[in-house]
Unconditional design. Structure first.
Length: 242
């Protein structure tokens, strides 16, 4: 299947706004291994082989603290378990693609690429032949920017003043990913309640459990908001039900 370059460019355009979070996160992925004494080659190797920011940092922390490679790999894989759900969600949309191409597509499966792809394909309006080019366009741009950001982080990370909070990049990545999905009232309710609940739990001393508390509160708020909307919506007419 030849790539349709218009769809490749469409994928790149769809994911481009998310670079505002990806670039600083890539700087952190490059600077952290150097700062922890693992060297620049480790940073570049992780970014090219693993290509997953949060799991990269988790594995680097394990190795820097003297943990084994097996423990580091287990930590990275555990954090990336959500990719199984992403892959299962995308699979029906790429069922027409050969196994080899799907395996190649799996390499560039990250949060941002999944978000733009599933948002486009869930409408059911796209030509199946355009899906893989769109996905690869988004994934290719993400991969390129990630590698360049990592390289810059390796080179200049040690020169960044300590009072410059590069760690803000991690929540920024997921915030940028979240904002485009907040169009529906249930999503807004879930985000507001979940974020507020996590902050409140942290203030009450929940520690790491504050994230779990926020997730539970957010899910409950989203389900409740959706149920309220369903109650308010008028029942279908006889013509609509038939």
């Amino acid at each position: 299947m030849a790539l349709m370059w218009s769809d490749v460019r469409a994928g790149m355009a769809a994911v481009a706004p998310m670079m505002v979070g990806v670039i600083p996160f890539g700087l952190v992925a490059g600077a952290t291994p150097v700062a922890r004494g693992l060297g620049g080659a480790t940073a570049i190797g992780f970014s090219t082989i693993v290509f997953a920011g949060a799991s990269q940092l988790a594995a680097i922390d394990v190795l820097a603290d003297g943990g084994s490679a097996l423990v580091a790999a287990t930590a990275a894989c555990t954090i990336n378990l959500r990719m199984l759900l992403y892959a299962a969600s995308l699979a029906p949309h790429l069922a027409h693609v050969s196994l080899g191409r799907r395996l190649g597509a799996a390499y560039v499966l990250v949060d941002q690429n999944y978000a733009v792809a599933i948002a486009r394909w869930s409408t059911g309006e796209t030509d199946p032949a355009s899906r893989l080019p769109f996905y690869l366009g988004a994934g290719g741009l993400l991969w390129t920017v990630w590698q360049l950001s990592t390289l810059v982080g390796v080179v200049v990370g040690a020169r960044v003043p300590d009072d410059v909070p590069l760690d803000f990049a991690v929540p920024l990545v997921f915030l940028v990913l979240l904002v485009p999905t907040l169009g529906a009232p249930p999503a807004l309710a879930a985000a507001a309640a979940g974020g507020g609940g996590a902050v409140l739990a942290a203030e009450l001393g929940a520690g790491d459990l504050s994230i779990l508390a926020g997730a539970v509160i957010g899910i409950a708020a989203g389900v409740l908001a959706e149920a309220m909307l369903d109650r308010r919506s008028p029942p279908p007419t006889l013509e609509e039900s038939s």
